[in-house]
Design a protein around this ligand. Structure first.
Ligand SMILES: Cc1cc2nc3c(=O)[nH]c(=O)nc-3n(C[C@H](O)[C@H](O)[C@H](O)COP(=O)(O)O)c2cc1C
Length: 185
């Protein structure tokens, strides 16, 4: 079974990403074929990159890096639940990505973005793509963007607009297909 990590890439204590990522995790479990682990970047609480060696060396000295490495390494594929700040991806998430290298490589990744405004964070996902391909990740062609996030978070969590579950399911189908393809030499 594909081990899918759903990473909530936000760190604010009042993040809308948390209930949204919980919903994505539920849908991924219901999709079937995935062993889903929910990862909250706020709980991981990484400092700014503080390793003396390049991540590509795989030589880590700090316990927080070793733990983050083991967690990411244990995934076969990812969904990144990604907020948009000032038209781009967030600094804490880029920092978390930069901590590691080989742990990301060759793995499918689906981008599920959100924002307060009308773009749903699509520009942040677009901006992240070259970073992911530089790491040798395999981004899905489909991406999902959720606009107007603030109006969709209520006391019962995230209220999905009509059609969103189907959009996510399509993207997860692609993750499953990419994960089942043999890795090319
Ligand atoms: C620093 C910052 C910058 C933001 N910039 C934008 C923006 O450029 N466009 C937009 O639609 N929303 C923007 N927002 C609103 C966020 O998309 C919205 O608050 C979303 O919930 C943020 O994710 P979070 O709640 O997980 O932190 C910004 C929010 C923050 C905190």
């Amino acid at each position: 079974m594909t081990r899918l990590h759903v990473i909530s890439a936000a760190t604010r204590p009042t993040s809308s990403g948390r209930p949204l990522a919980a919903w994505v995790g539920e849908r991924a479990r219901a999709h079937g074929g995935f062993e889903v682990t929910s990862v909250d970047l706020a709980e991981i609480a990484l400092p700014f990159l503080d390793e003396p060696e390049y991540a590509s060396s795989g030589v880590y000295t700090n316990p927080h890096t070793l733990e983050w490495s083991a967690l990411v390494d244990s995934a076969d594929a990812f969904v990144f639940v990604l907020p948009m700040y000032n038209g781009g991806f967030t600094a804490p998430f880029k920092n978390a990505i930069d901590f590691l290298y080989k742990e990301w490589g060759g793995k499918p990744v689906a981008l599920f973005s959100y924002s307060a405004g009308p773009t749903g964070g699509a520009p942040a996902a677009e901006m992240l793509l070259p970073v992911l391909t530089r790491l040798g990740m395999l981004p899905t062609e489909r991406r999902v963007a959720v606009p107007g996030i603030n109006a969709l978070i209520g006391p019962d969590g995230f209220q999905a607009p009509e059609g969103l579950a189907e959009e996510l399911a399509g993207m997860l189908d692609e993750v499953a297909a990419l994960a089942s393809e043999p890795v090319s030499a």
